[in-house]
Design a protein around this ligand. Sequence first.
Ligand SMILES: Nc1nc2c(ncn2[C@@H]2O[C@H](COP(=O)(O)OP(=O)(O)OP(=O)(O)O)[C@@H](O)[C@H]2O)c(=O)[nH]1
Ligand SMILES: [Mg+2]
Length: 438
Amino acid sequence: METTIYALSTAPGRAGVAIIRLSGPKAGDALDVLTAGRRPAPRLAGLRRLQNSDGEIFDEALVLWFPGPGSFTGEDCAELHVHGGLAVIETAFETLETLGLVPAEAGEFTRRAFENDRIDLTEAEGLADLIEAETEGQRRQALAQMTGALRNLYEEWREALIGILASVEGEIDFPDEGDVPDALSHRAFEPLVILIASMREHLDDGRRGERIRTGFTIALIGAPNAGKSSLLNRLAGRDAAIVTDIPGTTRDIIEVRVTMGGYPVIISDTAGLREAVDAVEAEGVKRALDRAVQADLRIGVVDARSDEELADLQGRLKEDDLLVLNKTDLAPGASASGAYPLSAKSGEGVDELEARIEAIVQERLSARELPALSRARHRKNVEVASEALARALGQLADAPELAGEDIRLAIRSLESLTGRVDVEDVLDRVFSQFCIGK
Ligand SMILES: Nc1nc2c(ncn2[C@@H]2O[C@H](COP(=O)(O)OP(=O)(O)OP(=O)(O)O)[C@@H](O)[C@H]2O)c(=O)[nH]1
Ligand SMILES: [Mg+2]
């Protein structure tokens, strides 16, 4: 017998209204006790006096009744829109406890929705992401995932594979004596090639989906005193990093999170690159170089007056990285091909750089038609599937049994993405990301 759970679904703390949700077999009875038998019609709000288990009125609230299985969790559900005072909420909770309801764990409502087949695992993840979304781009991606964009993609692949598996297994069970085994003429060959290409297309998108979730990363690199920290502060719009005229001021990496073009962007300021004078600085330089390698985009900052800095940095930047000639207030007219002349001190020229960064972020992250694989878990499972299929392709002619095994492996890998096959640790990880009350 399932328990009946309750939780505060709005943020904790004093508020105008607080919403308490109930889900489980006792939800209807609890509602009857609270409203003295005046349970509202399904899915229609009713204004009711709420009473505790002693019959004492403790609030006047809007209440809703969502009978299962058509509810969010698939179970009987109810919502109490009570006044958001701590005492009101406390009394409501005490009453529910007396009636045998138990506090929900983080993500338990959504987990029940998943277990009752109301949503699949990718949709649950989309819902978690939507709650976490801080930028427009994150919201868009989360909503698409929540409404089934990835579920549909993985289900389509899975169905295609089941068809392919049938044609491969048909071969095993009823070998046609006269036929010479030939991979190219195998019925499964072409659909397999198409499927592998489709998976590769999703894998080769520069981790767009994960970047939208976690942020596009930029590293500011350059010689000491070039003005990296000054530029970081400009881009952040606040005094995030210490600026002094002492070379070697910045040692640790300083990260700032901003929104650009509707996407989250993490800009890292790093230690100036030079032969370090001490062990602390040496560690800082090492971290700076590491960060530069990992970043999605590097911005090289040079003092516009120094040809030496320019030459050194050009060697460290990759194609498509950006170069900034800083301190143009001291070197008017400075220029280098493709570089952005600006003054981090006066702010002149910073807008142009910002517009360019924004364009790059949008270009690399913006949603094309393909739904993006939004988590490492998705990328890994799709990779496993596509590698298995590549092996299957090679064995189609000579070892159809082995090809069949690999196709089955690919199917299982997709099924664990949508939660069709139970993978307890994956479920725990997904649902623990949720807050209580969701
Ligand atoms: N005139 C002028 N001075 C600047 C400009 N940008 C930075 N500075 C000055 O240059 C000095 C170094 O600036 P920082 O921003 O600390 O340089 P940094 O690259 O972070 O230096 P490290 O942390 O030592 O690697 C400071 O005195 C800044 O005020 C600029 O555009 N014009
Ligand atoms: Mg600095």
